[in-house]
Design a protein around this ligand. Structure first.
Ligand code: MAN
Ligand code: CA
Length: 264
């Protein structure tokens, strides 16, 4: 702030360049006219204090504003950080969800493959069962008798053992193989002498079934097998129906009825 006195001095400095006497007169006039006293040192101090106070206020206001701005920015920054963390968490959730969905999809794919394999198996089984059913229908229609997993057919004519066997084979079967007491009992219901699928033609005394298996459980009639009267009796028939043990060895060229068996 420039005091009135200083202003005057300044004006006087200009006197060197301007109309000095005129200005001096004007200055004197103005001081006298308005009767303004020269600024006292207390007044100076007062002004200084006011100005300082004003400056302090401005500084305070500026500080307040900057502080508020800082707080505001900090809050905004915090919000952004939280939002970023939220987004991060959301992203992580998405990623883990996607991972578990991928795993589920792969598991589903495996299950689907298993199911497809199962369905194929069932389809095959279904076809197999259909074929079996058709076979059952076929043998039943031809007059075969079903017993414990096999169909049986008694011939209506008599033939040697080998021809009898050939007949069975032509019907998709073979001469009967007996490998249980139940089957043995079943065979005794037919009252004629009938060929079964047992012989020792390859090695004397080594009784073999037509499927190539060796004889284990036998039902020889008492005294049999005997190659009776030194004859070569290499084929077996059911002769003694009234006995549990009904088998007899007889010459293969003899002609008897025969029984075929078709295992199902
Ligand atoms: C007949 C034939 C033989 C059998 C005897 C038993 O001769 O069947 O095979 O061994 O009877 O007496
Ligand atoms: Ca005999």
């Amino acid at each position: 702030m420039v005091s009135l006195e200083e202003e005057l001095e300044l004006s006087m400095t200009y006197e060197n360049f301007e109309d000095v006497p005129a200005r001096k007169a004007a200055s004197r006039r103005s001081v006298e006219d308005f009767n303004v006293p020269a600024a006292a040192p207390g007044m100076k101090m007062y002004r200084l204090v006011v100005v300082s106070f004003g400056l302090l206020c401005i500084l305070q206001a500026a500080l307040n504003i900057s502080l508020r701005l800082t707080l505001y920015l900090e809050a905004g920054c915090n919000n952004l950080t939280e939002e970023r963390d939220d987004l991060k968490r959301t992203l992580e959730n998405y990623v883990s969800q996607q991972n578990s969905l991928t795993e589920e999809r792969d598991e589903m794919k495996r299950i689907n493959l298993d199911l497809e394999a199962g369905r194929n198996l069932l389809t095959e089984e279904n076809h197999g069962l259909k074929r079996t059913l058709e076979e059952y229908a076929h043998y039943l229609q031809q007059g075969w008798v079903y017993f414990s997993g096999s169909f049986y057919r008694i011939s209506s004519t008599m033939k040697p053992w080998q021809d009898s066997r050939r007949d069975c084979q032509q019907r998709g079967a073979d001469l009967m193989i007996i490998n249980s007491q139940e089957e043995q009992d079943f065979s005794r219901q037919y009252k004629n002498i009938i060929w079964i699928g047992l012989m020792d033609r390859d090695t004397e005394g080594e009784w073999t079934w037509v499927d190539g298996t060796q004889l284990t459980t036998s039902f020889w009639h008492s005294g049999e097998p005997n190659n009776y009267d030194k004859r070569n009796e290499d084929c077996v028939n059911i002769n003694h129906h009234d006995h549990t043990n009904s088998w007899n060895d007889a010459p293969c060229e003899n002609e008897y009825f025969w029984i075929c068996e078709k295992k199902m």
